[in-house]
Design a protein around this ligand. Sequence first.
Ligand SMILES: [Zn+2]
Length: 145
Amino acid sequence: MKLCDKTQELISGYLDNELTQQDSQMVRVHIESCDNCKSIYQDLYAIKKATSELDYRTTEAEKIHKLLQEPTAKNFSVIGWTLLIIGLIGLMIFQAFTFFFSDEVPVIIKLLAFAIEAGALALFISVLRQRLIAQKTDKYKKVQL
Ligand SMILES: [Zn+2]
């Protein structure tokens, strides 16, 4: 009976992985042979599992909720990306009439500059597209609620 008391004291620590290897082994061996302690262990396990999952869901849901509930940050970010894309396109058009057609600039430099700008533009557009999709989904969710 003394072993039962000791085991029940240690079950919580056992579930949290806080016991020494020796205690942990003692608890495991006892749980396997004692129905009373096994049922206590199973109850505690179920409670811990349920609460930790609940905590996880709450925090995750809150994080996403907060992210979606920041219209100012979101709008500023869309404006920022839009300005960057407009600026980049403008710069590329300007360069097309000056830099890219200049005889003084080596072809390899023209190609590299074009690669960097085209790559950045592609990235900007893909991010902007994702933002707009996220925004649409957000609006749809609000309507649903
Ligand atoms: Zn026991």
